[in-house]
Write a protein that binds this ligand. Structure first.
Ligand code: GCV
Length: 681
């Protein structure tokens, strides 16, 4: 526990695994730091916290090169007094951890080309020490595969967080910007998982947030940006496309209007005067009542490029969201399919976006449901920078009350083969820039943190934040390995602790899916806050999210015979999704309208599968509780009981989901559960 009352997740250096601290101390009594340009202040700070908390003494730093003993040696590659042979080339943010013996002295070296690289290496080094890795075997070269590794915060200036489930904003309160110890600890936390870009405010830019790019806020933002910079992070802001009207007094925000262009150019210059390392803008335009270029008959490219032109001289980026769709649909209109919108709007613009524009695309064509197919826009655009948007915050996935580890889902998305350039055209190869050779690609996660003492409300939801960073650094990394490392750093390396928590995390997404909306159904939530079951909550609304269940069938026909959504995919997906017998069953109801008595691969009907999954899902939550109970006494009492309470609540709410959904279908169809379990008539 930190002195000011909150915890530092995986960075709490007091928790530890079974390691020989006396042996380890020998490496740390004499840390050699080569820092001619004084860039490693935060590296020093981090090591000082680590050695003090973990080993129990304050380390000393020296600039001389020792001839004897064991030492940690830190510096940029170009400044090191020893030669380090590399098996792989280092990129700007990459790092090296290497054991070297030189005559009577032994060194573990942390190095990189940039200060950020050395900092990332320091965090990784500390993690490896904490889990007891043999330092004499260290030989790591690690480069981030994805260039832009974003956290997006949906924080409002009044301190609330849109879709936030872990308290209030750590950035804003009462329309003021917060800058305190917590801001610094946040920066440490996210730098430790390799995040290099942060948007601190909500994409829905309203009220005071409209003024964030005014001098009254820019001064303080520049201090925040400086803090971020010390940890290799760039500050970005969400801005309103209508800012020239709100702030500039113009009567238009038309991107082709010369006055509008001029206004943005001057505004951008002013921002850079205050914040020389400013990252750029994130824009939600023409989306859910936010203004955009469509209002003026212009394209998304016209809008994005106008801003890009203003940012270009300063090296700034425009991150432009593809979440554009008609949110005023009539539910009676069977021709419009929201799933098709992003592709229909953006695909024709491929090649028209400026080099410093990146299109940020939600992973699925709808909106962060527990299961959706991967958006066909990945693989649809070849000449456009792309950012994959994921939701770490659990809006539709249990709101940090339910255990729902998302790493397994993200891995499936990253590993999805779009076949856009033949085999192996994976999403991860699009966003790491290797498939299409574009430069400004990335990954963005909508953050799940707030000012709760444990940052994420559910302690196990910290694993989602951790995993996001790890996959952003290396989308090829194994999720099980990522999870186990997190458990060891967070709860220690007791075998049962690692086994049980790992099992719970790795299975939790399927469990949540099974008692909520399996087979790609989605959306059966209460409108507005999106928590808890409501089978027809969105059925007659204007949001374009319908399942159209009647007495004999459910689902939307999105095949070539229906809305034509499947035609947005490359072969073989187009044919696979189009065919009810070939479509992956977990997505069946996303692509097809299916009779309840449809026979599935396991020989049972669709409806019986729905009933079974809901009963089994609840049983699995009971199993999670049993597994958690086995850990009593093996992890600290505070966190044990906090998680226990969440699991009990999850069980209660899973039962509600089970009964509401099963009852809904039973009442619709009149078909009984084969096994005669309790469903309400
Ligand atoms: C920030 C969904 C959410 C909104 C969110 C929106 C978006 O519709 O419910 O809260 O707005 O997505 O991603 O822009």
């Amino acid at each position: 526990m930190m002195p000011n009352g909150y915890e530092m997740c995986w960075l709490d250096y007091k928790k530890h695994c079974d390691v020989d601290k006396n042996e380890l101390s020998k490496w740390f009594s004499y840390i050699c730091l080569f820092d001619p340009t004084d860039e490693f202040q935060v590296v020093k700070e981090e090591l000082a916290i680590f050695v003090t908390d973990f080993l129990g003494f304050r380390p000393r730093f020296f600039k001389v090169f020792p001839k004897q003993g064991r030492h940690v040696l830190i510096g940029k590659l170009s400044d090191l007094p020893v030669e380090v042979n590399l098996d792989e080339q280092l990129s700007e943010e990459g790092f090296v951890l290497k054991y070297v013996k030189k005559q009577d002295a032994e060194f573990v070296i942390i190095t990189g080309i940039s200060a950020a690289g050395v900092l990332y290496g320091t965090f990784e080094f500390i993690n490896r020490v904490r889990v007891g890795e043999d330092l004499r075997k260290l030989n790591v070269v690690s480069n981030p595969k994805i260039k832009l590794r974003f956290l997006n915060h949906w924080d409002n200036l009044d301190g609330t967080i849109e879709r936030g489930y872990a308290g209030k904003s750590i950035f804003f309160s009462n329309n003021k910007i917060l800058l305190n110890q917590r801001t610094k600890d946040y920066t440490r936390l996210i730098a430790s998982i390799g995040i290099n870009s942060v948007v601190i405010n909500n994409v829905n830019v309203r009220h005071a947030a409209l003024k964030l790019i005014e001098p009254a806020y820019l001064k303080r933002l520049s201090q925040l940006a400086q803090l971020f910079q010390r940890y290799g992070i760039k500050l970005f802001l969400s801005v309103s496309f209508a800012s020239p009207i709100h702030l500039g007094g113009l009567d238009t925000a038309d991107p082709l209007d010369e006055r509008v262009k001029k206004w943005w150019k001057e505004k951008v210059k002013q921002i850079y005067d205050y914040i020389p390392n400013f990252g750029g803008f994130l824009i939600k335009a023409d989306s859910e009542f936010n203004p955009g270029p469509h209002m003026y008959g212009r394209t998304q490219a016209d809008g994005a490029n106008m801003l890009a032109e203003a940012l270009e001289p300063f090296g700034g980026l425009v991150i432009w969201r593809a979440f554009v769709y008609n949110c005023q649909q009539d539910w009676r209109d069977y021709k419009i399919d929201r799933a098709k919108a992003a592709y229909d709007i953006f695909k024709p613009l491929d090649g028209q976006f400026a080099d410093n524009v990146a299109i940020q695309i939600k992973y699925g064509p709808m909106d962060f449901q527990i299961r959706e197919p991967v958006s066909p826009l990945f693989g649809g655009m070849e000449k456009t920078n792309q950012i994959l948007e994921l939701q770490i915050t659990q809006e539709y996935t249990g709101q940090q009350i339910h255990l729902c580890y998302l790493g397994t889902m993200w891995k499936e998305i990253l590993d999805f083969d779009t076949f856009s350039k033949g085999n192996n055209s994976f999403v991860k190869r699009i966003i790491d820039g290797t498939l299409y050779g574009r430069k400004n690609n990335g990954i963005a996660g909508v953050a799940n943190i707030g000012d709760d003492p444990n940052w994420t409300s559910h302690d196990l939801a910290q694993a989602n934040l951790w995993t996001f960073g790890k996959l952003a650094w290396d989308p090829d990394e194994d999720v099980k390995k990522i999870v186990e490392e997190w458990i060891k750093l967070t709860f220690g390396d007791d075998e049962l602790v690692v086994r049980n928590i790992s099992y719970m995390l790795l299975n939790s997404r399927e469990v949540y899916e099974s008692y909520t909306t399996p087979f790609g159904l989605g959306w059966m939530v209460n409108p507005g806050h999106h928590y808890g079951p409501n089978p027809e909550g969105y059925e007659y609304s204007h949001w374009g999210t319908y399942h159209r269940a009647n007495w004999e069938a459910i689902g939307v026909d999105r095949t070539s015979r229906g809305t034509g959504f499947t035609l947005q995919y490359h072969e073989p997906w187009r044919s696979i999704y189009d065919d009810i017998h070939k479509c992956p069953e977990e997505l069946l109801l996303f692509f097809h309208r299916v009779p309840y008595n449809f026979k599935m691969k396991n020989g049972k009907t669709l409806l019986q599968n729905i009933y079974d999954l809901h009963f089994e899902g609840v049983e699995k939550v009971q199993e999670f509780i049993k597994l958690w109970d086995e850990l009593e006494g093996k992890i600290d009492a505070v966190r044990f009981s906090r998680v226990k309470k969440k699991l009990q609540l999850q069980l209660e709410h899973a039962i509600e989901w089970r009964d509401v959904i099963n009852t809904y279908f039973y009442r619709r169809t009149g078909i009984k559960d084969e096994k005669g379990r309790k469903i309400y008539p």
